[in-house]
Write a protein that binds this ligand. Structure first.
Ligand SMILES: [Zn+2]
Length: 253
């Protein structure tokens, strides 16, 4: 069944039909979802949701756009959440020079501290990186040693993806692979082995064609999986089964 490795179901865009939508996932072929925090306030929310739904797990971490709200006290409180048995990863963490909401120095500082936390607690990482290819790679090489994880919503060159694969990381592929202008991620999918790809929505964002621009949800992953099957010349079932196996290895569930 489909394993959605990166979703944001605590987002207010799901306030009106969250329960109904999530309870319909199984019949739509979605077996497992990892609910990922972004802002400090969402850390506790994603953990509470993972406790409510048996098919859901949580990733806890602060997105680079949100690191300005962190301090030592909040970081300590965030760390306590890793004691919960439904928490499977540190994320999403990284660098975002596209929105550039916080200084690069502050983004790097908290990115590195959260990587160190993952190593100390022995958790995989869920990496967000936008318009920050070089700095992310440098930090991952220096501070990501010995870690496992996924580069979520991968948007850089196929060469860099091959480098991450060599380092043992998975590449997260979602709705963008169905876009007409998604040439780079299509090339990446062709270049790397299926054993290094995991599926994701990043919902409510990044809905695939034919729903581009609408609210995304995990059942739409099938459109990304269909495109990956086409690009790799394998069956849809093989994509779903292999990426599920990959995701279980990644998150150890
Ligand atoms: Zn995300």
């Amino acid at each position: 069944m489909i394993f959605d490795t990166h979703a944001h179901y605590d987002d207010k865009q799901f306030d009106n039909d969250r329960d109904e939508l999530l309870n319909s996932m199984r019949e739509k072929g979605v077996g497992t979802i990892v609910n990922v925090s972004a802002a400090y306030e969402s850390c506790e929310r994603v953990v509470n949701m993972a406790q409510k739904y048996p098919f859901m797990y949580a990733a806890v971490g602060i997105h680079p756009d949100e690191v300005g709200s962190l301090d030592e006290e909040r970081f300590a409180r965030m760390k306590e959440l890793f004691g919960n048995d439904k928490v499977v990863a540190v994320g999403e963490i990284g660098l975002d020079y596209y929105w550039d909401k916080e200084s690069h120095e502050l983004q790097k500082e908290w990115f590195i501290r959260q990587l160190d936390l993952a190593r100390k607690l022995k958790f995989p990482v869920n990496i967000h990186s936008r318009e920050a290819a070089q700095d992310t790679m440098e930090i991952m090489k220096e501070h990501g040693k010995g870690l496992s994880g996924v580069i979520h919503c991968y948007s850089y060159s196929k060469e860099m993806a091959e480098e991450y694969v060599k380092m043992g990381y998975y590449i997260g592929v979602g709705g963008v692979v169905t876009f007409k202008n998604g040439r780079r991620i299509k090339e990446t999918v062709e270049a790397i082995p299926l054993t290094s790809i995991v599926l994701e929505t990043d919902c409510p964002y990044l809905a695939p064609e034919p729903y581009r621009g609408k609210r995304n949800n995990s059942s739409y992953i099938k459109y990304a999986a269909e495109e990956i099957a086409r690009l790799k010349g394998v069956s849809y079932e093989e994509v779903v089964n292999q990426t599920e196996e990959n995701a279980r290895k990644l998150y150890r569930v």
